[in-house]
Each structure stands twice: as C-alpha cells, then as structure tokens.
Design a protein around this ligand. Structure first.
Ligand code: NAG
Length: 374
C-alpha cells in the first residue's frame, strides 16, 4: 500500500520531469541548429557516397531516387541519396551547424542559395573522366571543379572581393573520390582496359596525379580548408564479397590492396600539400581504418551484420543491388551496409563522427572540428 501510494504520488512529478527534459532537449536541438555554423560553407566533391541528388538529373543507371532508398530520410527516396537515410556529408554538415546542402543540379542552388555551400558529388563518377561510363552520365571530378568555378562567378555578385576571399578561407572543402576508379573502372575488366594497360602502381600514380591537379585547382580558386578522404576497404563491400566468392570473415584481397596503395600515396600527397601551401590546411581522412574498425569491432558499435547488404539480392545480398520497391531488412541500424556498395546511415554517422571529432589515427594531422576552429 505504502509503495502504491508513493508510486501514484510520484507519477505526475516524474511525468513533469520527463516532459521538462524533453522540452529542454528540443530547445537545445533548436539552439544547436540556430547557433552559428563553425564554417562559412561546405563544398563537397565526390561520388555516390556523397551525392544528394545530382544524378537525379542525369541519364544514368546510378540513381537512388526510388524506394526503398531514403526509407529513413525525411524526404524519402526523392532526394536521391544512396543510403537508407543520411549520408556522411549530411552528418558532417549537421555537426558543423550547417543546414542540408543543395545539390549543384538543384534549381535552388543559385544566387544566395549557394551561400552555405553546395554538393557537387555525382554517383559513379571518379577521378578519371571515363570512370563510371558503364553506368551512363556522371559528373567527373574535373567537371565538378568546373561547376564550383561557375558557382564562384555567381558568388561574386553576392559579396565584395575581399569578403569572398575571407568566406572561401573559412569554408570547408570535402573530397571523397577514387572508389569508382577501382570499382567502376580498374576492377571491372569486362568493361575497361585499364588493368590490361597499367600495372596497379602505374594506375595509382595516374589517379594521384590527376587528383592532385584538381585539389590544386580548388586551392587556386581560393579554398583553404580541405578534408581529403582516402578510400575504404573496397574488398569488404557486399558487391566485392559476392563477385570474389569471399569466404565468411574474409574480404577480397586485390580490391583492398589497391585501396591501401591509393591511400598510402594520397596521404603522402596530403603531407606534401601541407608543406608546400602553408596558408592552407589539408586533412587526410582515414576512411580505410575507420571502416575496418567498424567491421572488426562491429559489436561495439551496435552492428550485427557486416558482410551483406540490407537491401539487395544474391550472395551477400550484393550480387544485384537494391532494386525499386524491394523490401529492405528491418534492423537497418544493425547493418554496416545498406546495399551492395553503400553504408547505412548508422555507419555513415560513425564515419562522420570520426572525421569531425576523431583522433589523429582517424583524421590527420587534425580533425575537422579543430580545422574549423583555426
Ligand atoms: C611540393 O614541393 C616539392 C618541392 O618543390 C615538389 O617536389 C612536390 O611535387 C610538391 N608537391 C605538391 C603536392 O605540390
């Protein structure tokens, strides 16, 4: 009886406490969203890991603007994100206090609509012009840089020259490129001759040379803060596990070896850039290490499935990627991979956190938060 009375009398107080807690939680979220962003803007160059709708406007097989893509995203599949929800870029922008960026191809991305940044990423695109042509139209890294240059002309109408220079210095540039130069080029031997022409080291040299050229073009246009992400363990994505009949617990070694080769050279370029261009900062994002950590220590992150897609068909649910109206898994937050190629938003969130706040083993020589503060 005593107990019952106690419970009954405490209930309203508890409800009030919960209500108050929820209210203050909502207030703090609103405050975080309206607090001034930590960077002036964010400009994103990349592939389907970052694309937020550019390929919707292209004649391409690499599209994600159909169900069940975006099943956990407020705008649903219409946005064209290659995930069940947010991309790494969405989360990174959120941590930085930015709103969702417009896709370059979106009609809203003009005039003052460009001020907080633009996403130029295009699914199936790569460092090389030809990369991804097996899937149709795409916007190569070179063209993405040109698109930024044309937006810059518009930004000159929005502010004075000195203001623009300051704005660009305080903006963050994110580049996540290179996966398709392997997955949709070098390793796709039925479609591309590159692996017959170039040994792996020569091909990697070619990629890194082109990559460096594009980064320097962005630097010449005035950008000064760069997050340059390496490529992930490509041999561990469901598509490569399925294609290579990888035994349980193993990844496809060739794809992983190529990724390591690319990353080693990219990291060395980032070091050189920091030495040669002291008025800019170049941060190397260790995507390979971060994804490997998530797969190896999956339980610590709440994942139970690391070797097959949540949506897809065949071996590792990765032989055929997520088709229109196919039924995805229910436990999406327990899957590292959403489809044959792309992480779930649960994994994207962890990757973005590591880039934003991680130790030097994730983000070198500093993380994005530290770079934003400089
Ligand atoms: C940095 O400068 C060195 C010495 O001039 C040069 O050899 C190297 O190619 C430069 N690297 C980059 C990425 O600019």
């Amino acid at each position: 009886m005593e107990n019952m009375k106690l419970r009954r009398s405490r209930l309203p107080a508890m409800l009030l406490t919960i209500l108050f807690w929820e209210l203050s939680f909502q207030v703090s979220i609103a405050a975080a969203a309206s607090a001034s962003p930590q960077v002036a803007a964010m400009f994103v160059f990349g592939d389907s890991l970052s694309d937020n709708g550019n390929n919707n406007y292209l004649n391409s097989l690499a599209k994600a603007n159909y169900d069940p893509y975006g099943i956990d995203f407020p705008q649903g599949s219409a946005s064209g994100r290659f995930s069940n929800g947010n991309t790494i870029i969405d989360y990174l922008g959120d941590f930085l206090g930015l709103p969702l960026l417009p896709a370059y191809a979106n009609p809203d991305a003009t005039g003052s609509g460009l001020l907080q940044g633009v996403n130029y990423a295009s699914a199936s695109a790569g460092i090389l012009e030809e990369t991804g042509r097996n899937l149709g139209e795409r916007i190569s890294f070179r063209q993405q840089v040109e698109n930024f240059a044309s937006n810059l002309e518009q930004l000159k109408n929005e502010m004075k020259a000195e203001q623009l220079a300051e704005y660009l210095k305080k903006s963050l540039t994110v580049v996540i490129m290179g996966s398709n130069d392997y997955i949709n080029n070098y390793l796709l031997t039925s479609f591309y001759a590159t692996s017959y022409i170039y040994p792996p080291t020569t091909y990697t040299d070619l990629l890194i040379q082109q990559y460096t050229k594009r980064i320097l073009a962005l630097y010449s246009l005035g950008l000064r803060k760069f997050l340059i992400a390496g490529i992930g363990p490509l041999g561990c994505i469901p598509n490569q596990l399925a294609n290579n009949f990888a035994p349980p617990g193993k990844c496809a070694s060739l794809a992983n070896d190529l990724a390591v080769m690319f990353n080693t050279q990219l990291r060395s370029i980032v070091n050189q850039l920091n030495t040669n261009y002291t008025d800019a900062i170049f941060v190397y994002g260790n995507t390979y290490g971060a994804v490997s950590d998530i797969i190896t220590n999956s339980r610590n992150y709440g994942f139970t499935v690391t070797d097959s897609g949540c949506c897809g068909i065949g071996r590792n649910q990765g032989e055929i990627t997520c088709l229109p109206f196919s039924a995805p898994c229910v436990n999406r937050d327990q899957h590292v991979f959403w489809d044959a190629f792309h992480p779930t938003q649960a994994a994207n969130r962890i990757l973005a956190e590591k880039a934003y706040n991680g130790p030097p083993s994730d983000c070198y020589p500093m993380n994005v938060k530290q770079m934003a503060e400089l």
